[in-house]
Each structure stands twice: as structure tokens, then as C-alpha cells.
Design a protein around this ligand. Structure first.
Ligand code: F6P
Length: 339
């Protein structure tokens, strides 16, 4: 078979390990031929396709980013499935492997419904895809965030300041929860659990009173309980405020209400860059080799996923139905130690 691979949406440590896993197993076991699509759906509609021989993927499991490039271009703004089929026909491509997050996998499902042979591989540092126990990239992001919080703690302690750290997580607070627990944060604020300004300030004051430098970890999608603190008229494409993120707002509120000096650090794309952790390399490689099995078995419209210790195949329709949120019970477990 001739198979085209692409990575779409935000990048994520481990993407190259997936590409390597697909190509090495596909070449060795099935004798497939591979091509890479540049920059996700952009390359698919603009016919930007490059050869992907096994020599090209050597040593890739430890390399961050994606050798294929990525973008947030929607194929439906550029001819949709008809255009994609045209490009596939031109290159005699039999099947696609789509490596992406919720948006990409939803498009993959629509391609499948339109008769394109496609298999998905889930990817996101946010770990918010419900059909898989974990996504690769998450472990790396949590490690980067935890190390950063540990570093911020010593400077916070030196100045007796409250340190606020904003981590990624638009819809789900997994990175905040895990890095916050790992680093012993005094408050963890996540999109799933709105908390009042009073409560946050109480935790901060309590930590300060005990002689600690308060550490607050906030996920970018967090909103205060009942508060309309976001200037909704000025948001970016994802609904995020343009004038200072939530970390900045939490910092200003803490300073204003408690008088404790506070500083904000937004970790941003540091959480997505650099080499993947060993765990992420393993999961990404396993996803890659399982995806090429799925293609070879013509399991169109499915996605590889982790269930316990096993890699399984799930229907793209089920995989894109709901996001995986942090449960109230999990957050409560952490919140016992706040303040
Ligand atoms: O979905 C992954 C993610 O890292 C989110 O946590 C974050 O909101 C978003 O991507 C950032 O996207 P971009 O790189 O396009 O700014």
C-alpha cells in the first residue's frame, strides 16, 4: 500500500516517534511505501507531499516537534474531501494516517464518512481525549511544568512572594492537576472547577501565614466562580483573553485582595517544545506501530488508543464524542492539601 502520514493541530513531543514507528514497522513487516504530507491539512489540499523512506525516520524518537510540520488549516475551507481525494488519486495514495488532537480526529471521522481510507492517532499534551487512557506529550508537559514550578518556588521563597504559574489546558486541567500535585502547590485552579476569588486568597494567605511562599498553579481555561473577569469582547481564536491571560488576572486579584506581593509566569509553549520523555517516546512508538497494523488490516475510521497497558482500536465516532475532564473527586483529593 502507499500510505500518507500527516501531523495536524498544535505540535506535541512524541510526534516524530509516531512517524518513526509507522514507517519502520510498515517497511519491515508490510512492505508499504510512505509519503509525508507537509503541515497537516494544508499540505493535503495544496498537494505538498514528500517521500518518507525509512532512512528519513532514523533516530527520530527522541526529536521534538514534527519533521512533517503542522498547521491549524481546515481542509473544508479549501475544497474539502473532494480536493483531498483528487490529491490522493494523483499520488496513488491508498490510505491516510492522521496524527492529531480532537479537531484533527473529527475531520478524520468526516473523511472516513466520505469514503477516504483513514486511521487516526491521538495526540495532545492536554491529555483530554476520552477514548484513550493517556496521550503522548502529556508526560513531557507535566515534567516541564513541574520542574518550572520547583524553580519558581525558590525565587518565591527568597522574596516571600506568591508565585502564580499559568500552564496549558484550554478545556481540561490535567497538566495543572498533575504538575500542581507533583510540586506541592497551595492551590490548583482548573477549568472543570470554578473557585471563588475569596477561596483562592484564603489558601494564599494561609500558606503565607505558615511562612511559605504561596504557589498557585492555574490552567489557562480556569474561570473564577460567578465572576465575569474576562473581557469577552477581546479574545483570540480560542476564546482566550488578549489582554493578559488568566494567570495575570489571578495574580492581580491576589495582590489586590491580600496585599501579598505576587508574580505571574506563563509557561506557554515551553510545555510543548523539546525532547519527549521516555514514557512519551514509548507510547508514541507503540501508537505508530499499532496504526500501521490498523491500516494493513483495513480498519478504516478507527483510532489507536491506550487501555490499561494495551493498545486497542476504537471507532473515531466514539473517540470524538466527548472530552476527558478532571473529575471533581480527583480535584478534591488534591484540594485537601491546599493552603
Ligand atoms: O491543544 C493543545 C494546546 O497546547 C492547548 O493547551 C493550548 O491552548 C493550545 O494548544 C495552544 O495553541 P497554539 O500553539 O496554536 O497557540
Amino acid at each position: 500500500m502507499k500510505i500518507a502520514l500527516f501531523t495536524a493541530g498544535g505540535d506535541c513531543p512524541g510526534l516524530n516517534a509516531v512517524i518513526r514507528g509507522v514507517v519502520l514497522k510498515g517497511d519491515r513487516i508490510y512492505d508499504h511505501e510512505f509519503v509525508g504530507v507537509r503541515d497537516g491539512f494544508r499540505g493535503l489540499v495544496e498537494d505538498d507531499i514528500v517521500p518518507l523512506p525509512r532512512q528519513r525516520v532514523r533516530g527520530l524518537s527522541k526529536v521534538g516537534g514534527t519533521i512533517l510540520g503542522t498547521s491549524r488549516v481546515s481542509p473544508f475551507d479549501h475544497g474539502g474531501t473532494a480536493r483531498v481525494k483528487e490529491v490522493m488519486d494523483k499520488h496513488q495514495i491508498d490510505a491516510l494516517i492522521a496524527i492529531g488532537g480532537e479537531g484533527t480526529l473529527t475531520v478524520a471521522r468526516m473523511f472516513h464518512e466520505d469514503g477516504i481510507n483513514i486511521v487516526g492517532v491521538p495526540k495532545t499534551i492536554d491529555n483530554d481525549l476520552s477514548a484513550t487512557d493517556r496521550t503522548f506529550g502529556f508526560d513531557t508537559a507535566v515534567s516541564v511544568a513541574t520542574e518550572s514550578i520547583d524553580r519558581l518556588r525558590t525565587t518565591g521563597e527568597a522574596h516571600s512572594r506568591c508565585m502564580v504559574v499559568e500552564v496549558m489546558g484550554r478545556h481540561a486541567g490535567w497538566i495543572a492537576l498533575h504538575s500542581g500535585i507533583a510540586s506541592g502547590a497551595h492551590a490548583i485552579l482548573i477549568p472543570e472547577v470554578p473557585v471563588s476569588q475569596e477561596q483562592v486568597c484564603e489558601w494564599v494567605q494561609h500558606a503565607m501565614d505558615r511562612g511559605r511562599a504561596p504557589m498557585v498553579v492555574v490552567a489557562e481555561g480556569f474561570r473564577f466562580e460567578g465572576a465575569d473577569q474576562v473581557d469577552k469582547g477581546r479574545t483570540d481564536g480560542f476564546g482566550r483573553p488578549l489582554l493578559g491571560g488568566i494567570g495575570e488576572q489571578v495574580t492581580r486579584i491576589i495582590e489586590g485582595r491580600t496585599g501579598i506581593e505576587a508574580r505571574n509566569t506563563t509557561l506557554g509553549h515551553l510545555q510543548r517544545g523539546g525532547v519527549p520523555s521516555a514514557d512519551d517516546r514509548v507510547l508514541a512508538t507503540r501508537f505508530g506501530t499499532a496504526a500501521v497494523d490498523a491500516v494493513s488490516n483495513r480498519m478504516w475510521g478507527t483510532m489507536v488508543a491506550l487501555r490499561g497497558v494495551d493498545i486497542v482500536n476504537v471507532n473515531l465516532q466514539d473517540a470524538t464524542r466527548t472530552l476527558k475532564s478532571v473529575t471533581r473527586a480527583l480535584w478534591d483529593e488534591a484540594a485537601i492539601l491546599f493552603g
